[in-house]
Design a protein around this ligand. Structure first.
Ligand code: C2E
Ligand code: MG
Ligand code: MG
Length: 306
């Protein structure tokens, strides 16, 4: 990709060539990005060790899914749950997803990891459906998965196994993903929408946002990045949030604000007309039994009418 990977046509071609060899060495018939192969070479010993442990965890069902509610800030009702991968570190703590998800993306383990997380999430969702709970599950999808030829098949098979439907899932695609390699991306996203899945743009405002393309992305939901919620205590911060919210509404997108950590933030959002909120103020990601209770009863925190 110019100009990230090289500054001249010649350098760009030679980078593409190196990346092609990298893809061939890794089993052929796959998409590889130059930046990924550079990262892979730079993998230190520590990461290699972590990579081996991650393979073990994926195989031995050592990864778990936790669920974080997306709530109606006014009533505390839970509108959806986001499935988030959790990996116990063996010493009573957790390895952060910010470490192992990018690692899995770099090393090609993300497909397996994701199918394990989605599998667990859907099994749980089927149980909630059997109890009469109707909220959708939101799952995070990485760029390499979106491009993988068997990705949609994997999703559809997992759904069939659980007697669920594409409408039960919302696929969260990060904005940087959603807007790069645009034409191919659009084809894949349209295919997913045609199959019945709903698409959410995750971490909106942090990626290479191209506003001229946003309206073409077949998304139903915009998740505004936590960094914008954190700035709501300033007037400039509120103006920026207001502009994003208006843009989203004009494009007929539902809006979720991420990173709602306090009542103050939630109130600002409510004043700006944002109803759907996600963040530690309402609940962090929790195991399935706790999430089930929230689906039924809502969260305890809710805002009074403004
Ligand atoms: P994300 O999809 O944007 O998920 C939201 C992240 O923000 C989660 O971090 C969540 O715990 C955290 N969060 C929620 N509310 C608050 C808040 O009020 N304050 C703060 N400071 N943080 C909050 P987590 O679980 O560490 O996940 C990090 C990222 O890793 C996720 O960001 C997502 O991009 C990725 N990820 C997690 N699980 C999966 C997965 O199964 N597959 C893929 N492809 N990516 C995943
Ligand atoms: Mg997400
Ligand atoms: Mg997010």
């Amino acid at each position: 990709v110019y100009p990230n990977d090289a500054s001249s046509a010649q350098d760009l071609l030679s980078a593409a060539d190196r990346t092609m060899y990298h893809a061939k060495n890794n089993g052929r018939n796959k998409v590889a990005f130059c930046s990924d192969s550079a990262h892979l070479k730079a993998l230190g010993r520590e990461q290699l060790l972590l990579k081996t442990r991650l393979s073990g965890a994926i195989q031995d069902n050592g990864l778990q899914v936790f669920f974080q509610p997306i709530v109606d800030g006014g009533s505390g009702a839970v509108l959806a749950l986001e499935a988030l991968a959790r990996w116990p570190d063996g010493n009573g703590g957790w390895v952060s997803p910010d470490i192992f998800i990018p690692l899995a993306e770099k090393t090609g383990q993300i497909q397996e990891l994701s199918s394990c997380i989605i599998g667990q999430g859907l099994t749980q969702l089927a149980q909630w459906r059997a109890e009469g709970l109707q909220q959708p599950l939101m799952v995070n999808i990485s760029r390499s998965q979106l491009f993988a030829p068997n990705f949609v098949t994997m999703l559809v098979e997992q759904l069939r196994r659980c007697e669920l439907h594409p409408q039960d899932l919302v696929l969260e695609i990060t904005e940087s993903v959603a807007l790069t390699d645009y034409a191919r991306q659009l084809r894949h996203l349209r295919q997913l929408v045609a199959t019945g899945f709903r698409i959410a743009i995750d971490d909106f405002g942090t990626g290479y946002s191209s506003l001229s393309q946003l309206h073409e992305i077949p998304a139903q939901l915009l998740k505004i990045d936590a960094s914008f919620s954190r700035r709501l205590n300033t007037e400039e911060g509120r103006s920026v949030m207001q502009a994003i919210v208006q843009l989203g509404h004009l494009l007929k997108l539902d809006i979720v604000a991420e990173g709602v950590e306090s009542e103050e933030i939630a109130r600002h959002l409510q004043q700006l007309g944002v109803r759907r909120m996600q963040g530690f103020y309402f609940s962090e990601a929790v195991p399935a039994n706790a999430a089930g209770l929230m689906l039924r009863l809502g969260v305890t925190r809710q805002l009074n009418p403004p």
